[in-house]
Design a protein around this ligand. Structure first.
Ligand code: NAP
Length: 408
């Protein structure tokens, strides 16, 4: 075995630049723990370097370009030609996971991607390796730091969504084009990856329904705060019985005492539930150049150490068509007798049962804030459609999911 291991770096942006610096600084430590000293064989950016030369001269290729073109081509070729690949690219994995696994098998190479989900938190390693041999029931959490920062600021300072987004952009927690983060697509890609690993199910990115936080109003957060609820954008992947799983992203209220309620600012947190372990919660920085680079370096050390993580598929599981959730419902209504009775009738007709109701304001300000018990989502949607048509409603109804369990 050679004393030196050649590492080619594709990308020298936020993560690529930080990784190059870290690898240089920590080369001696990597040699101590792995027995081999890493050396950079070349760096590729849009303006410098040559992929063919880097490929020819590398044992490990670290892909930190992002997106799928040209990353898919580079990573597939590297794997097929027997180069181990470490990547932080969630889009690539969520959209092309099976092809990449096939290329890795063909080339007898390892594919590692700890930094693709929840940045510096070692969630992939825990799901794939530490818990690789136990049945996982549910993996869920806050996997997007931009949205968690925005929701935290809306709750703390009463900012509007737009104000909190501008603040996040000024502080570097949100990109100039925040669409993928605030709309939930970024979290959906991460949940597709986690679901594949947790259940071995062939989840495609287009099978993960997602909602973002753009519609959230400060008064929804304020009313819910009075009930002790906090709002998070959650990614949830769970077994729902009958050989089905559900993988989704949605804004959701949490009761106090829930392990995810205190996760604030740009932090991420992921919970894993299984009868064997009850539950594990991991939290930490979900992004940032140096933080993400640290996770990439951990993967490089694992690759040098050898051993291929499991990535088996269980084709028997299907994506569920409907699931049960509790809901918060905010209605602006005319202040007159019979209003509550009519809403209760529609909910009753759809077997939606109400957990709590608060009436706020009078006259033109009258509002009803309700929290429902868990109900099949399609049944609640049907009830909501009817409620939206009631003539005494002053604006469209607003609903947000609620995790019902009270912890602690
Ligand atoms: N930033 C984070 O905190 C974070 C956290 C977790 C995961 N990630 C993931 O890490 C990856 C990299 O993100 P980043 O924030 O470092 O991106 P970035 O700052 O935009 O850097 C991208 C790099 O790729 C290079 N590049 C772009 N197109 C190229 C092409 N056609 N050929 C060769 N090189 C090309 C760019 O070259 P130039 O330098 O010439 O522009 C740049 O060096 C992404 O998959 C991202 O999702 C990022």
């Amino acid at each position: 075995m050679s004393e030196v291991v050649k590492v080619g770096i594709l990308g020298r942006g936020t993560v690529g630049g930080a990784f190059r610096k870290l690898l240089t600084e920590r080369a001696e430590m990597v040699e101590e723990v792995s027995g081999r000293r890493p050396e950079i064989s070349g760096v590729l950016s849009s303006k410098e370097g040559d992929f063919e030369e880097i490929l020819a001269d590398s044992e490990i290729v670290v892909e930190l370009i992002g997106g799928t073109d040209p990353a898919l081509d580079y990573v597939t070729r590297a794997l097929r030609e027997g180069r181990h690949v470490v990547t932080a690219n969630k889009q690539l994995l969520a959209q092309h996971g099976p092809e990449l696994v096939a290329a890795a098998r063909q080339g007898g190479a390892q594919l590692r991607f700890e930094a693709a989900v929840a940045g510096a938190i070692p969630v992939i390693r825990v799901v794939q390796e530490s818990l690789g041999a136990i049945p996982i029931e549910k993996v869920f959490g806050i996997v997007n730091g931009t949205t968690n920062y925005i929701l935290t600021q809306m709750a703390r300072s009463g900012l509007s969504y737009e104000e909190a987004l501008t603040q996040a952009q000024e502080l570097g927690y949100a990109e100039a084009d925040p669409t993928d983060d605030v709309g939930g697509a970024d979290a959906a890609a991460k949940m597709a990856i986690l679901a594949r690993l947790a259940f071995g199910a062939p989840v495609r990115l287009d099978e993960v329904p997602y909602e973002g936080i753009e519609r959230i109003k400060p008064d929804d957060i304020a009313y819910a705060k009075e009930l002790g609820l906090s709002l998070k954008l959650l990614g949830v992947a769970e077994r729902v019985g009958g050989g089905e799983i559900s993988v989704r992203v949605f804004p959701c209220f949490l009761y106090p005492g829930h392990p995810l309620s205190p996760i604030e600012g740009p932090f991420n947190a992921v919970m894993v539930e299984s009868p064997a372990i009850t539950e594990i919660t991991m939290s930490g920085p979900g992004a940032g150049g140096p933080e993400t680079a640290a996770a990439v370096l951990g993967d490089v050390v694992s690759v040098i150490g050898g051993g291929s993580p499991l990535f088996e598929e269980n084709a028997g599981l299907r994506i569920a068509d409907d699931v049960e959730m509790a809901f918060y419902l905010h209605l602006e209504v005319d202040d007159r007798p019979g209003v509550l009775a009519q809403i209760a009738e529609v909910l009753g007709d759809h077997e939606v049962s109400v957990r709590s109701v608060v009436q706020r304001g009078m006259g033109d300000e009258a509002q009803l804030i309700m929290v429902m018990h868990p109900v099949a989502e399609k049944r609640f949607a049907a009830a909501l459609e009817k409620i939206a048509k009631l003539e005494f409603l002053r604006s469209p109804p607003r609903s947000i999911r609620v995790i019902e369990e009270e912890f602690g």
